[in-house]
Ligand binder design. Structure first.
Ligand SMILES: O=P(O)(O)OC[C@H]1O[C@H](OP(=O)(O)OP(=O)(O)O)[C@H](O)[C@@H]1O
Ligand SMILES: Nc1ncnc2[nH]cnc12
Length: 170
């Protein structure tokens, strides 16, 4: 699959200097949608996974079908104020801006094996925050999977203790 021909690049969105990788052009093509989910699933098919965690919002799109394929459960990590029950919270930096993420405290049990899937790795702030939330609850992070990786932003430097897979690198 020629993913780079499918991913739409928008310059200076949402801010000057950002080259935004638009995945909607991939998702709307049934063949590409299937191949993307299958590639992520296949890479982690030999890993023991109880739960797949996806960060809001684009992470949900990839994490839920991978969880379904692996026979695992899905747990959302959300932006503040969205989850209704008791939460754990973590603040982090984005390629543009700053944010915080939350997870339900009862979403992950001690010792559960957790795969984290997101659409894109940029600075690694989102995924590091997500991994910290999972580990705070006693989960073991058994892998990190992304559709896209922006290599020049060195997100991987923050993730060297994990099994990291990305499908398309820029
Ligand atoms: O590696 P990082 O520098 O943290 O950047 C990557 C994150 O940025 C985007 O999410 P965004 O916060 O824009 O939210 P969205 O999925 O709701 O669009 C993307 O979906 C990743 O989660
Ligand atoms: N350059 C980028 N394109 C799309 N999503 C992003 N999230 C963080 N950086 C991004």
């Amino acid at each position: 699959m020629n993913y780079k021909d499918k991913i739409r690049e928008i310059e200076n969105f949402p801010e000057e200097g950002i080259s935004f990788k638009d995945i909607t052009t991939v998702l709307k093509d049934p063949k590409y949608l299937k191949e993307t989910i299958d590639e992520l699933t296949d890479y982690f098919s030999d890993v023991d996974v109880d739960i797949v965690v996806g960060p809001e919002s684009r992470g949900f799109i990839f994490a839920t079908p991978v969880a379904y394929n692996l026979g695992a459960g899905f747990v959302p990590v959300r932006k503040p104020g969205k989850l209704p029950a008791e939460v754990e919270k973590f603040e982090y930096d984005l390629e543009y801006g700053k944010d915080a993420l939350e997870i339900h405290v009862d979403a992950i049990m001690d010792g559960m094996k957790v795969l984290i899937i997101d659409d894109l790795l940029a600075t690694g702030g989102t995924i590091s925050a997500t991994a910290k939330l999972v580990e705070k609850l006693g989960g073991e992070v058994v892998g990190l999977g992304f559709f896209i990786e922006l290599v020049d932003l060195n997100g991987r430097d923050k993730l060297d203790k994990y099994n990291v897979k990305s499908i398309v690198k820029y």
